[in-house]
Write a protein that binds this ligand. Structure first.
Ligand code: CO8
Length: 258
């Protein structure tokens, strides 16, 4: 499949999407968003994949939506672009498998929004996060107002979105926006290591954890706990749980069949 502005690779049950539009620091235009949406759709259909990593080529992760393209838009086109981006990022968030953003450089505006639609973020010490839309007289449009507030809390999100300050990887770590900070040369190695750990665990167990953890953001505790019990019980119907527990008792590594 030919994609615009990104590359997709799959190796050892781990998929990698690399955003690559170096001339614009990987900025997201309509064409790239469409390709990204398609890539995520296709990867979602590949049931062998256990984790997805997303990164950027060159010195940026993604420097935002393409400002040159945005500058030509009227309200209708801006609305359509915003919805298309939100739909692509929702699809990403709804994948069965965990998604890791390996943030190598600037993750600004729409780039930060894409990183936030991933399940976790590993950042190199050179990464910079920020929501500079207001400096352009704009605001986040790929659900950043919604995800940032959920990730770092209302006041931290308000601070970032209204001052447009960029923060370092270390600061993002303190805010809980990032889970691990590593040296630039270790970024992909550590990201693949984390993806490999995920891939070595029970496939249905990991899928259920993601499903329930996602639901926690919009479900009352009582109802979420009930859903958890149902999902937990559902795992007992699968050979995977038998194998996992049997392997523990036999002091060996599980041999997953799924
Ligand atoms: N869009 C288009 N081109 C870009 C973008 C961008 N977001 N970012 C960088 N570029 C281009 C530059 O124009 C430049 O191209 P050229 O050489 O042709 O002039 C090239 O990439 C290299 O960039 P710089 O020379 O500026 O590189 P620096 O290292 O000096 O600076 C920065 C790097 C700080 C990242 C700087 O490029 C910058 O500030 N970029 C813009 C960041 C920004 O404001 N992002 C937010 C965009 S708005 C947004 O994301 C809204 C999301 C919701 C959209 C909803 C749809 C309606």
């Amino acid at each position: 499949m030919e994609y615009h502005g990104l590359k997709v690779e799959v190796k050892d049950k781990i998929a990698l999407i690399t955003l690559s539009r170096p001339e614009a620091l990987n900025a997201l235009n309509l064409e790239v968003i469409s390709s990204f949406n398609l890539a995520v759709k296709e990867l979602s259909q590949n049931k062998d994949i256990r984790a997805l990593i997303i990164t950027g080529a060159g010195k940026a992760f993604i420097a935002g939506a393409d400002i040159k393209e945005l500058s030509k838009m009227k309200p209708d086109a801006a609305y359509t672009f915003s919805r298309k981006g939100q739909q692509a990022f929702d699809r990403l968030e709804q994948m069965d498998i965990p998604v890791i953003a390996a943030v190598n450089g600037f993750a600004l505006g729409g780039g930060c929004e894409l990183a936030m639609a991933c399940d976790m973020r590993i950042a190199s010490t050179t990464a910079k996060f920020g929501m500079p839309e207001v400096t352009l007289g704009l605001m986040p449009g790929f659900a950043g107002t919604q995800r940032l507030t959920r990730l770092v809390g209302y006041s931290n999100a308000m601070y970032l979105m209204t001052t447009a300050e960029t923060v370092t990887a270390e600061e993002a770590l303190r805010l809980g926006l990032v889970q691990i900070v590593v040296e630039p040369h270790q970024l992909m190695e550590i990201s693949f290591e984390v993806a490999g750990k995920i891939a070595s665990n029970g496939k249905y167990a990991v899928k259920s954890v993601k499903e329930l953890a996602r639901k926690s953001t919009y479900t009352a505790m009582e109802f979420g706990s009930e859903l958890e019990s149902e999902a937990f019980a559902g795992l007992f119907d699968r050979p995977e749980a038998d194998e996992g527990m049997q392997a523990f008792m036999e002091k060996r590594k599980p041999q997953w069949k799924s």
